[in-house]
Design a protein around this ligand. Structure first.
Ligand SMILES: *Cc1c(COP(=O)(O)O)cnc(C)c1O
Length: 453
């Protein structure tokens, strides 16, 4: 097989819009200069997120028709359960409508005021679920530059936590695979093994946020010489075998548009989760999803570990990262699978953090070519200074070019690279922004901004 070629052909297509420069300018002004508020009909290439934006296969579309919409005991649930059990080895399978519902239910059962969850890095919705229970989320990532596995948790600091004065309050260790916050870097099998031993020694649960379990497994097969002979599916199974349970947003590696799950070993914990599920999501054999969604997910979970698909996915990110670097953007290396990250602060040194360099770069990509990317800088992760001074900056000013699964071809990404080259060439003229309206929480979704010109 060629090193890098889409391992599928296309049988259903959708036209994409090509707004003019004037239409792009109007759309951005109407959106308060916030890309979340720009309608998709004004976007040519949409790399905002890889969540729920995936293209389903012919087999998944076919599976939809066989969805069993019975309220209780649907065969679609049995099918989904069989696939998840075979993949994870966890017997207790609970469907939910998306990842954050899984987090609210499972972490809500485990954690209460004064408790701790420790992680390589909690995803933002995971942290929100923990903090809403009065518990605390502690992130202990490794120093990212130190290894091929920049997603690992720091075992030394974890060990200190688990034997420290607060140890009795730690309810779970959560490994987010891949580690979204560190640029989609993988967690190594060795790291999961060390964490398992620590959790055994200190009697703490080990859970996986397995939203990108297949991409994590593939990156292990590429980067760990000891695992290169195993298939991504075998590696994923080895990782699951070390944990007590997992949850996942199946809008990622389920290769579908909606869905999530909890999968556990402990029947008693599962029983408690199902009580919450019934109250807030739906009966345990559908959990807020339609029977057809469960069929599409079952099929997606079989397809996602295909080595040809995963090789294509990782090499797309690598190639696209090279293209963007050639275009003059500072690209974070090594690339993972689900996105390419660019350092906007390095490209735009004339824009101070409180003038939102990541927003400035993202908006310029839109104005230049109707490309939408996401802004992971001070607008998203900074905080308003309680004393009325300039905003407290985010640790990094990153822009993420996310890669929806099986949606865009190489020529679409070539177009994005051309747009990026034009933007990089005029970097010195790109203006910063100021916030004119914002909510107190999750402000980036709704804020209105003005360029500083
Ligand atoms: C997307 C995501 C979630 C939240 O899932 P939703 O389906 O968006 O609710 C949790 N953890 C990780 C790692 C994710 O990527």
């Amino acid at each position: 097989m060629p090193a890098f070629m889409e391992p599928f052909r296309i049988k259903s297509v959708e036209p994409i819009p090509f707004p003019t420069a004037g239409q792009r300018r109007t759309a951005l002004v109407d959106a308060g200069h916030n890309l979340f508020r720009v309608p998709s009909r004004a976007i040519t290439i949409d790399l905002l997120t890889d969540s729920g934006t995936n293209a389903m296969s012919a087999a998944q579309w076919a599976a939809l028709v066989s969805g069993d919409e019975s309220y209780a005991g649907a065969t679609s649930f049995e099918h989904f359960q069989t696939v998840v059990r075979d993949l994870t080895g966890f017997d207790e399978v609970i469907p939910v409508h998306q990842g954050r519902a899984a987090e609210r239910i499972l972490l809500g059962e485990l954690l209460g005021p004064g408790h701790f969850s420790i992680s390589n890095t909690h995803f933002d919705t995971t942290r929100a679920a923990i903090e809403s229970k009065g518990a605390s989320a502690v992130d202990l990532p490794v120093d990212q530059t130190s290894s091929a596995f920049g997603g690992d948790i720091d075992p030394g600091r974890l060990s200190e936590w688990l034997s420290g004065t607060q140890a009795h309050r730690v309810r779970c260790v959560v490994l987010t695979i891949t580690n979204n916050a560190s640029g989609g870097q993988p967690v190594s099998l060795a790291n999961v093994g060390v964490v398992r031993e620590l959790c055994d020694r200190h009697q703490v649960m080990l859970l996986l946020d397995a939203s990108r379990f297949a991409e994590n497994a593939y990156l292990i097969s590429e980067r760990d010489p000891g695992q290169s002979g195993r298939s991504p599916r075998e590696i994923a199974q080895a990782v699951f075998s070390l944990a007590d349970g997992c949850w996942a947003s199946l809008k990622k590696d389920g290769i579908a548009n909606i869905g999530g799950m909890i999968a556990l070993r402990d029947p008693d914990l599962a029983r408690r989760c199902r009580q919450q599920l019934i109250a807030f999501e739906g009966f345990p054999t559908y959990g807020g999803l339609a029977g057809r969604d469960l069929e599409a997910l079952a099929q997606g979970l079989l397809e996602v570990t295909d080595p040809a698909y995963l090789r294509y996915r990782a090499s797309t990110a690598r190639w696209f990262g090279e293209q963007l670097a050639d275009a003059g953007l500072p690209v974070l290396q090594p690339t993972g699978c689900h996105a390419v990250y660019v350092d906007a602060a390095e490209l735009l040194p004339h824009i101070r953090p409180e003038q939102l360099p990541a927003t400035a770069l993202a908006n310029e990509l839109y104005l230049s070519g109707a490309v939408r990317v996401s802004d992971l800088g001070t607008l998203a992760f900074g905080r308003v200074d309680p004393h009325g001074g300039v905003d407290i900056a985010a640790p990094r000013e990153l822009v993420r070019f996310a890669l929806p699964r099986r949606v865009y071809t190489k020529s679409h990404l070539e177009y994005v690279s051309e747009v990026a080259a034009g933007v990089a060439a005029k970097a010195a003229q790109i203006p910063g922004y100021r916030i004119v309206e914002q909510e107190s929480a999750l402000r980036h979704f709704t804020a209105a901004l003005m360029p500083l010109v």
